[in-house]
Design a binder for this molecule. Structure first.
Ligand code: ADP
Ligand code: ZN
Length: 445
């Protein structure tokens, strides 16, 4: 945790620092209104509530939330495209959807009020990261159906920053424009931030003196504290974690403050819970489990107890910044990204944390999981730095033996370590693909 914050900016201190009791009554009131509204207006929730025997009057306290049924991703897929909308299409002003590489995409709709709320949440988020009207925001999140680009864009406009709507790709041009336009804030996935740092280095550009970046707002994929250090060193900026998902809204569901001690959930709009992913039982604050979110104010596509599949823990310990919202810690990963290798559960983020402790390695890796002779096998392909690679095969082989041993000690998993030459792991413009699970490909065939 940062003991001395770099700033104390806040977009809406009245809402963000609302006394806890007041916040709770607001949440309850909003929850009651929501349940009442969708029990009438949403055919999906009307029949789900009937099936589970719940009525709007059942919600008397916030604890009654747990009487409501969960919503899962399959519900969104099964009700493609509009069946989950709780308002007529004439009131919808924007439609986003997931990339949908497997099957039908997951759709989300927004009324004008929803977009306004999202804009407000993004204004709060960017301000929480120390951005203001004085900044030039270089936005490399993808514009289009993906919520990252437009989400950041509307928030940056709201705070009055000069926004450069870049999207990802053509890395050298990004560096040139960052330098020429005097970008002070960079927004993109953490993996793309590293790609940009690498591009600048290859161009021989002295980032510290030629690029004015001060702040980075990174999200849309898991990244470790080790990755934060790496990015901050390479780009000379202060990195903030932002979380969101298309179904819930887009970026801005939660964000770090200048203390970097967890992400403040914007819980006047998004009510979080943590559940045991196996039993569905709610877990007390501090315990790790699956994040479940209820959208308290969304009109077009409200979601009740949406199972995000993201793994984290919550804390309601007071934050020195003064915001009174609940915080969640950096996401460990998603339940569907968890690798089960010979019965041991491993998240890619745990492997990343071990890899990034070594200065011999570049922060670029891919995990290949296969099943051979009925046994799961994990192969970790990780790039050597240029300097280390030049030390030759013997040194590299000795190092990979050491790394193999260390990985086994830390994760209780035996893996095959392959150190690959610099710049051979595929780079991405958006979310990095870190896991190739050949077992799943085999099943899908
Ligand atoms: P978005 O458009 O906001 O990226 P997607 O629906 O494409 O939304 O993806 C949302 C998922 O991305 C989340 O459920 C989570 O798994 C991941 N994600 C988003 N932000 C973060 C973050 N800051 N840290 C870790 N994972 C994240
Ligand atoms: Zn804080």
């Amino acid at each position: 945790m940062a003991t001395k914050p770099s700033h104390s900016l806040m977009w809406n201190s009245k809402a963000e620092c609302m006394p806890i009791e007041e916040r709770r009554s607001l949440q309850l009131k909003r929850l009651q209104d929501l349940v009442e509204r969708i029990a009438v207006q949403s055919p999906f929730y009307r029949s789900l509530f009937q099936k589970h025997g719940v009525k709007p009057g059942d919600i008397r306290t916030l604890d009654d939330l747990r009487r409501l049924p969960f919503t899962v991703k399959e519900d969104l897929r099964d009700n493609y495209p509009y069946e989950l909308f709780a308002t007529p299409l004439k009131d919808v002003v924007r439609i986003h959807c997931s990339s949908g590489t497997t099957g039908k995409p997951v759709v989300s709709g927004y009324t004008a009020n929803d977009i306004e709320m999202w804009t407000e949440m993004m204004a709060r988020s960017l301000t929480s990261a120390g951005a203001s009207y004085r900044d030039v925001v270089h936005n490399s999140y993808g514009y289009g159906l993906f919520t990252g680009g437009l989400g950041i864009d509307t928030g940056a406009r709201k705070i009055g920053a000069a926004t450069v709507p870049m999207s990802g790709g053509v890395n050298n041009r990004q560096i040139m424009l960052m330098e020429d336009f005097g970008a002070t804030v960079l927004t993109c996935t953490p993996s793309y931030a590293l790609v940009l740092a690498e591009a600048a280095a290859q161009m021989g550009l002295d980032i510290r003196n030629r690029i004015k970046l001060r702040v980075g707002v990174f999200g849309a994929e898991p990244w470790t504290e080790e990755m934060r250090v790496e990015i901050e060193e390479k780009l000379h900026l202060e990195a903030y974690d932002i979380f969101g998902m298309g179904e819930i809204m887009g970026p801005g569901v939660s964000v770090e403050c200048a203390y970097h001690n967890g992400l403040h959930m914007q819980d006047d709009n998004f009510l979080p819970e943590i559940i045991d992913p196996d039993t569905g039982e709610p877990l007390p604050p501090g315990e790790q489990g699956e994040l479940v979110i209820t959208t308290l104010t969304k009109e077009a596509m409200p979601l009740i107890r949406y199972r995000t599949r993201d793994i984290t823990r919550l804390t309601d310990d007071p934050c020195p910044c003064g915001r009174t919202s609940v915080r969640h810690f950096k996401l460990t990963g998603r339940t569907d990204d968890m690798l089960i290798i010979k019965g041991v559960n491993v998240f890619p983020s745990q492997i990343e944390a071990v890899l990034l402790r070594h200065s011999e390695l570049a922060p670029q890796y891919v995990l290949v999981v296969e099943r051979k002779n009925n046994l799961d096998q994990l192969e970790i392909q990780v790039e050597a730095t240029e300097a280390f690679y030049n030390q030759g095969a013997d040194t590299i082989s000795l190092f990979s033996e050491k790394l193999h041993y260390e990985m086994q000690q830390m994760l209780y998993v035996s893996s095959k370590i392959i150190i690959v030459p610099p710049r051979t792991v595929q780079r991405s413009e958006g979310k990095a693909k870190r896991v190739i699970d050949k077992r799943k490909e085999w099943l899908e065939r």
